[in-house]
Design a protein around this ligand. Structure first.
Ligand code: FES
Length: 106
């Protein structure tokens, strides 16, 4: 599935991922600035914070246990659409997923 990252200044970056990949992995593998993923996906850093587009929030699934607490540590204040991108896993129904990036991660 394709993930469309939208930077804080409005640029769109389209990346091809595989089902089962996390959104964080797709961003890091494609050198998308704006997602760091410092802890490698173990929900310990919040440097993979993203805002899932409101059209996609239901298909992205719900937050995992502990995710809301970790989002409070993010550099940019979380919103209702905030997710840790390492906890959002792609499936075929998520082709075209739109993810907005915060202005900063640290
Ligand atoms: Fe660290 Fe997602 S990569 S919390």
């Amino acid at each position: 599935p394709v993930v469309v990252f939208v930077t804080a200044d409005g640029r769109r970056i389209e990346c091809e991922g595989q089902s089962g990949d996390t959104v964080m992995h797709v961003a890091v593998a494609n050198g998308v600035e704006g997602i760091i993923g410092e802890c490698g996906g173990s929900m310990m850093c919040a440097t993979c914070h993203c805002f899932v587009d409101s059209e996609w929030i239901a298909r992205a699934g719900s937050r995992k246990d502990g995710e809301t607490d970790m989002l409070e540590c993010a550099a940019v204040a979380p919103r209702s659409t905030s997710r840790l991108s390492c906890q959002v896993r792609l499936n075929e129904e998520m082709d075209g997923l739109i993810v907005h990036l915060p202005e900063m991660q640290i």
